[in-house]
Design a protein around this ligand. Sequence first.
Ligand code: R2B
Ligand code: URA
Length: 290
Amino acid sequence: MEINNLIQRDDVDPYLYNLNITMTDENIKKFCGIKYVCMQGSPVRAKEFARKITAQILKIDMDFFEPVNLTKTTAFHCYRVGNILSVSHGMGNPSILTLLHNISKIMYLAENFEVEYIRIGTSGGIGVEPGSVVLTESSYMPNLVAGFQMFPLGKDVIYPTQMDAALNKRIIAAQPNHQSFNVLTGNSIAADDFYMGQARFDGLLRPKYDDKKRMEYFKKIQSLNILNFEMESTALAAFCNRARIPATMIAVTLLNRLQGDQITATSEVLAEYSDRSQSVAINYLISQIK
Ligand code: R2B
Ligand code: URA
């Protein structure tokens, strides 16, 4: 991690409002030695992931262990298992970006300068078989520009959004030869919402586009090797590029958007799909830790 030269130890506000934690020495110690920060949208899934890595990596019987949430807020939950943090990031770029500032300040204060960040999530596939897991190479805005646009002091700035290629390679190398689903690398679009932001017709508001225009958009998307829509990858990639933190996203596709808008898989199938992203991450963590 290359610390933004605006952040110096003495300048950092020791109270992290969004996590409701004061970074006393005692609290900082709870985070020392973290190497992997794994992020998922929901607090429930972050806890479930913490339970899985406890059982699968630390081999601890889950009948006798309950992960403890280290934050005092409902917005972001945070669980520590060995040198892994399992954190929830909420939904969308603004939410994950807020989490990233807070969690990275903690990593800095705890002197964890060699961290890696992985978002583990779901997405809408574009021309890929539902249930495939996509590792993001570069993240695009919905206007099909690779980058993340922000307006610091009203100025229009686009930050680069490539994920860490070496980390992606290590994750792929850690997967078993005969996985029952595809693990692909390609690009992703981080949309501003689930509906019109992802070219859907099934939101409340009637979009101005029609099927033909949408198909033209999907074709352009495919020509850029963009494999999925989701809502956080541009902020993740831009933040981590600026902070020099290796980062990537592992996102399972819940449907193929060339075939429709509605997610129609049963809840059992969807749960199994979500488990796939987690298991790809766990295979990687096991390969690094053992
Ligand atoms: C994927 O799924 C969520 C929307 O349902 C969003 O957080 C994302 O990126
Ligand atoms: N998450 C998204 O953002 N879009 C989808 O279509 C599915 C999951």
